[in-house]
Design a protein. Structure first.
Length: 113
């Protein structure tokens, strides 16, 4: 059975959950969630099945966490093309804000009539 020492990094399952929720990257969230579940007594072989990952991947995350804490599990882009999704997020947010503003103006005009 794998054991994770959260106290070494001054963490509790609650603080780890807070890190998971605040993490902007889905890969980082997945890694931290795995560590939290193992720390709370989940079986690694069952997690592998539910997560769709290889046991060696999961063990690598555990080893990295034991050596470097939660910072060791933060996803870092390591090569290849960067996702266009990140660049699109600002554009999508701007378009949504414009649409909401136009909808608010239209609603005010309808009330006047």
């Amino acid at each position: 059975m794998l054991r994770i020492d959260l106290a070494r990094w001054e963490l509790s399952p609650e603080l780890l959950t807070l890190l998971i929720v605040q993490s902007p990257c889905p890969r980082t969230r997945e890694r931290l969630l795995c560590i939290r579940d193992i720390a709370q007594g989940s079986c690694a072989s069952r997690l592998v099945t539910t997560m769709g990952r290889h046991l060696s991947t999961l063990l690598g995350w555990v080893h990295a966490f034991q050596q470097g804490g939660p910072q060791a599990l933060v996803y870092r882009h390591s090569g290849g093309r960067r996702s266009q999704r990140q660049g699109m997020q600002a554009l999508v947010a701007e378009v949504v804000q414009q649409a909401q503003a136009q909808a608010a103006v239209s609603k005010k005009r309808r009330r006047r009539c």
